[in-house]
Design a protein around this ligand. Structure first.
Ligand SMILES: [Fe+2]
Length: 133
């Protein structure tokens, strides 16, 4: 599984692209941690909680931007973010119970993110970039 950010994910909206890059880096970093040999329970917990908080921060930033720019399909986009957050809560509950497979979680998140960027974020990017012209 390749967790690195790729140029094809670029939306040409600098702040959002930077945040997306940071998300991929956080996923990649956590993936490296879980695959390393040493006992790393604490760094894994910290890294997972950073990833979850950063996702939240990014969604809020994105929604605020779309609100400011008057993106017409914001309600739906917000709902998609909320659905993902609900899914993440479910994973975090598993983490608390000690049953979470973090590798599975990362694969899920990575797939979701790539699809979301290429399909859904692309829609607002087209809208915003058109406005800029
Ligand atoms: Fe989004």
């Amino acid at each position: 599984m390749d967790y690195r950010w790729k140029d094809e994910y670029k939306l040409s909206i600098d702040t959002i692209d930077e945040q997306h890059k940071s998300l991929f880096e956080a996923i990649e970093g956590l993936e490296k941690l879980i695959n390393s040999e040493e006992d790393q329970a604490n760094p894994i917990d910290a890294s997972l909680s950073f990833l979850v908080r950063y996702t939240d921060y990014h969604f809020n930033a994105e929604e605020k931007l779309l609100e400011r720019k008057g993106f017409p399909d914001l309600a739906r986009h917000r709902q998609l973010h909320k659905d993902l957050k609900d899914n993440v809560l479910h994973f975090l509950k598993e983490q608390e119970e000690g049953t979470l497979d973090i590798g599975n979680f990362l694969v899920f998140l990575q797939y979701w993110l790539v699809k979301h960027i290429l399909v859904e974020d692309k829609k607002f990017a087209d809208f915003l970039n058109k406005k800029k012209e």
